[in-house]
Write a protein that binds this ligand. Structure first.
Ligand code: ZN
Length: 280
């Protein structure tokens, strides 16, 4: 068995060999749009993670379009860079494919970068977080919201949400149809001079969530669950994800706005690690 480091090194050496062979036949400084279109290969270096497939082909002079999304334990994928290390040449879906094959290297965010200065004081052992019960909300919305809450409760964090109006302070959770563009929104207050979240007003927008589900052919209850679980991530002290929309749905975090809300509707390993920085 080779170590991961050794494997990464072997990958880079192999790719450099491939590039030297292909670069010897073509100059790289030409505008790719002025040479006859031909197929080039983009080798994907997951940089400590994994990706499938490990390479893709494109036609030179055309847009790169959507690239595969790599995964890595406890990290959030941000974007692809051209070269074997993170540099200045970020690859987006609008990048024009050059005339020679190249390596793209994944950039990752670590979990600590994911925290906002809004958290409840952690206690020894499990921290119970009481939230408003939203018992007046009809079942179509309430059931997936409870499911979203449960995904946090069964995750490997030391926080547990409980619905309880009398213990949830002055915080509110409203399910309403708003003309605002948001799907879910939270306004937070903290105890003056501290990072302790004192209360919040959460709004779940029935209008935009219904449209989002219809427009993408998603299950309405999946989208409701994803949005509510995301907002609860904010209640815990997470901030919105830093991943970039690469032309498709993106990234292994509940806190990413480009996530696929039909699939990512529970905290991902990255989110759990982030929360465990606060409540550990
Ligand atoms: Zn958010």
């Amino acid at each position: 068995m080779y170590s991961k480091k050794r494997k990464n090194l072997m990958f880079i050496v192999l790719m450099i060999a491939v590039l030297i062979i292909s670069a010897s036949t073509q100059a790289e400084s030409v505008d790719p749009r002025t040479v006859p279109p031909h197929t080039v290969t983009i080798f994907l270096n997951p940089n400590g993670g994994s990706v499938n497939p490990t390479s893709v082909t494109r036609t030179s002079g055309t847009r790169v379009g959507t690239l595969p999304i790599p995964t890595r334990a406890n990290r959030e994928f941000i974007d692809w860079f051209r070269g074997t290390a993170i540099g200045s040449e970020r690859i987006t879906s609008d990048t024009i494919t050059p005339t020679v094959s190249f390596i793209a290297t994944a950039r990752w965010a670590d979990a600590q970068r994911h925290l906002s200065p809004w958290a409840r004081p952690a206690r020894t052992g499990t921290t119970i977080i009481y939230i408003p019960s939203f018992s007046d909300v009809n079942t179509t919305w309430r059931s997936p919201m409870i499911a979203g809450m449960t995904t946090w409760n069964v995750s490997s964090t030391r926080v547990t949400f409980r619905r309880n109006d009398s213990n949830s302070g002055n915080s509110t959770i409203a399910v309403l149809s708003s003309s605002g563009t948001y799907l879910g929104q939270i306004t937070r207050w903290r105890v003056s001079g501290t990072n302790i979240l004192s209360r919040y007003n959460m709004r779940i927008n029935t209008r935009t969530i219904t449209n989002h589900a219809n427009n993408n052919n998603f299950s309405l209850s999946n989208v409701i669950q994803s949005v509510f679980a995301h907002e609860l991530g904010h209640v815990l002290g997470l901030r919105d994800g830093s991943g970039i929309h690469l032309g498709g749905f993106c990234c292994g975090s509940l806190m990413n706005h480009a996530r696929n809300r039909n699939n990512i509707r529970a905290p991902q390993p990255f989110d759990v690690t982030s929360v465990n920085f606060i409540y550990n």
